[in-house]
Ligand binder design. Sequence first.
Ligand SMILES: [Mg+2]
Length: 438
Amino acid sequence: MEAIILAGGHGTRLAGRLVGVPKAMAPVAGKPFLEILLCQLERCRCTRALLAVGYLHRVIKDYFGGSFGGMKLEYAVEETLLGTGGAIHSALALARENAVLVLNGDTFLDADYAEMLRFHSEERATLTMAITHQADVARYGGVLVSGRRILGFEEKCRSGPGWINAGAYVLQRDFSWPSALGERFSFEKDFLMREIGHLAPAAYEVKRFFLDIGIPEDLDRAQTELSGFVSASPDDGCAASRRDSHLGKLRTIFLDRDGVVNKKMPEGQYVRSWGEFHLLPGVPEAIARLNQSGLRVVVVSNQRGIARNLYTASDVETIHSELQNLLASHGARVDAFYICPHDDGECNCRKPLPGMFEQAVAEFRDISPTTSAMIGDSLSDMEFGARLGMKTILIERSPGRQDPGIEEARALADQRYCSLTDAVNALFKPGRGSWSNP
Ligand SMILES: [Mg+2]
């Protein structure tokens, strides 16, 4: 894989935060932001990165030199200002592969770019654009998507949820640019805005973490939210796959909810509202630790109280949105919630059946059982994980528990801990626990 990173920006809106460095070198958790992007590319098995540099380009060249881990670095230096479009155009002339990934040097998207290139090729597209879903598109401007194609941009004044341009593209090396553009142009304003209607770029949907460091508030957020992606040193290569090497291949943690995240109600009773939802101690900190290590956190919860008309799916959504707000105040997040609203025998999604795992795979294409672990407090959780071939971790909740199924659950579990906190702490202890290398 070959990639171009647009690293020529000044960072005018970050004035005061950047002393003698261009925007792509903005410090994030003690490292230049560009290093996080290079780590990510290396993890996606990129072999050559073309850095389109301009303003203070010496700073970038002096820091990174000619290689990063196993990746060759080359520089396309703008002697005169070319704009983002002109910079892509001139860097593409140095490319060798037919399809080239192009990244903005000031946004982070937790995407699998190798997968994005495969998508581009399957779609036989000349241009593919990564899009990401945001709760409010007002700051960015939304994109209009139909099927797998992008049809245009929305008016910038619209607010509310929608898809936005995530600042990552795949372009064919021999892309034919409109001749009217000249040498200097903005890729977004002069090219995409005008041409998107007839180009209809392929839409590569990414429902994972996205951050634009262009304004001071988001640069502040990046300090904690991207810390898990920061490598120890550039020579070590890819941080993301190595940053906690004892985590082994683990990429996704499936969490049961009741009894793991929040206090479980007595058998036959259900959490029907946020008022009845009592978070267990240490849970936000444990989830934040998983987030910071780049592990995906997915909640899978059986909610048959919905089938029994004790509460509605919308009540559960409200609980999860309140939970997400509470977690956010501790710097933690759940990447996705899946619930089964059915009773026994009605569906394929009530744990231990695999439906919620299948929903997660449909949304996050890189999820695999061999890189996942299931943490739950009941037999159905252990069966769900074990049947799929994941590592299984039983949360005992209290010593000497004697409820039905607990002995079988213990027999199926790879590891047993009293709480989510203990399970996560064990995960981060090098050399401890047989589930450290799933
Ligand atoms: Mg449970």
